[in-house]
Design a protein around this ligand. Structure first.
Ligand SMILES: [Zn+2]
Length: 419
């Protein structure tokens, strides 16, 4: 049967008539300009049909009869933004210190907060997140991902890692009486047992495997490497045979080197990265997720009054290492470690990337087209292009001239639905 049935007329059909496909709703978005994930186009419009982008181009070329038109004057329409490093099960550390969040806040309480965090993230224009560890909240990230997918709660599309993997004795909470085995914020594993833990996390819904290649367990409390290259390789091989990539937390040169050798796909933080190690990342096609906003926030929690007095040494170092990564040509995935600071303020990372020397257009790419490629989602999101999912955000002004325009969100669309 070829008859097209419009919504609203289906009720008058007899029960015997098989319903024909309902015409997907068509919306034309008319902003001042479109950032398509690669470059800026003045005077473009975008046509959305159902959950997908149907066309994008000069406004005059994409009009169709009967389409709903959404005028978005003075705005820039962009692909929905990507947050490459979030923790929706954490809230700002100046509200509650990390140890207490992990040990004293119950799973239900943390989940209730996380539901709010997901909504705040979506409404801030971040339509996809890679959430990098529940920090003691078990597998609740995979569970909330289901809730979002089933339309039970609003939120971005989620890539989750569940518990993340740490070497025994290296992680936290620390500082308790030594006779107690204090529950840890991630899952401990060592030697060949890492294989079982990777498989178990995959079985519990992990899309990526996260491993801590170093942590603050050095002889003087400094960051030091944890897993051997062999252990990291077992993690990467096990994850890869299921089609899942591995992300490494790493701040030290040796931790980064081992993670690169083992075949991880992104290194997150990279604080002590050198030109040599960044060159190695370029050669092995490993992306950096810089999390500039985390150190910026924790330095302020520690008393730094931004704009007053000397910049903390940690910030100066981070500025220098990020610049070295840019100079080396490392692929950058925008990711902020949000959770350290309030959810919904994810744009801080892009502001800081620009303030630390990245071109605004490159910063936008790292949170759209480049980010999508790093996350293996380039065939679904990250560009304003025919056929991709209609994840779109309109912000007031032009973020290339003023990156803070990203904070002035005027419209968020995910999967073709306006939130
Ligand atoms: Zn993190």
């Amino acid at each position: 049967m070829s008859t097209i049935v419009l919504a609203g007329t289906a009720a008058i059909l007899s029960a015997q008539q098989r319903p024909a496909p309902v015409l997907a709703a068509v919306t034309i978005l008319r902003p001042a300009r479109v950032f398509d994930g690669e470059s800026m186009h003045e005077g473009w419009a975008v046509r959305v049909r159902g959950e997908r982008i149907d066309a994008a181009g000069p406004a005059g070329t994409i009009a169709v009869p009967d389409a709903k038109v959404l005028d978005l004057p003075d705005t820039t329409l962009m692909p929905g933004l990507i947050e490459g490093h979030s923790h929706v099960f954490l809230h700002a550390y100046n509200e509650t210190v990390w140890n207490d969040q992990v040990l004293k806040e119950s799973l239900g309480l943390r989940t209730a907060r996380a539901v709010n965090h997901l909504k705040a993230t979506l409404m801030a224009g971040f339509t996809t997140i890679r959430d990098l560890g529940t920090e003691g909240a078990e597998y609740a990230d995979a569970e909330l991902k289901q809730a979002v997918e089933q339309g039970i709660i609003p939120g971005p599309r989620m890539l989750v890692t569940t518990k993340a993997i740490v070497a025994t004795g290296s992680y936290a909470p620390k500082g308790y009486a030594l006779q107690w085995r204090v529950p840890q914020g991630a899952e401990e594993a060592d030697g060949a047992n890492v294989i079982r833990v990777v498989r178990d996390q995959i079985g519990h819904g992990a899309d990526w495997i996260k491993v801590y290649a170093d942590y603050r367990w050095g002889a003087r409390g400094e960051a030091a490497p944890t897993f051997s290259v062999d252990e990291l390789k077992m993690i990467v091989d096990t994850a890869r045979s299921s089609g899942r990539p591995v992300v490494a937390h790493s701040t030290t040169v040796e931790g980064m080197r081992r993670a690169i050798m083992a075949g991880v796909e992104t290194i997150d933080h990279g604080d002590s990265g050198t030109p040599e190690i960044f060159a190695m990342m370029v050669e092995k096609k490993v992306a950096l997720c810089p999390t500039l906003a985390a150190g910026d926030a924790t330095s302020q929690y520690a008393g730094w009054k931004k704009g007053e007095g000397a910049e903390p040494a940690g910030i100066t170092r981070k500025r220098a290492s990020f610049k070295a990564a840019l100079d080396a040509g490392v692929t950058i995935l925008s990711g902020s470690d949000v959770g350290v600071y309030p959810h919904g303020e994810n744009a801080r990372e892009l502001e800081l990337m620009v303030s630390y020397g990245m071109a605004p257009l490159d910063a936008l790419k790292s949170a759209t087209s480049t980010g999508a490629r790093v996350l293996h989602m380039e065939n679904r999101i990250g560009r304003v292009r025919e056929g991709l999912l209609a994840d779109l955000v309109a912000v007031q002004g032009d973020p290339v001239g003023d990156i803070s325009a990203l904070r002035r969100v005027r419209m968020v669309m995910k999967n073709g639905t306006v939130w």
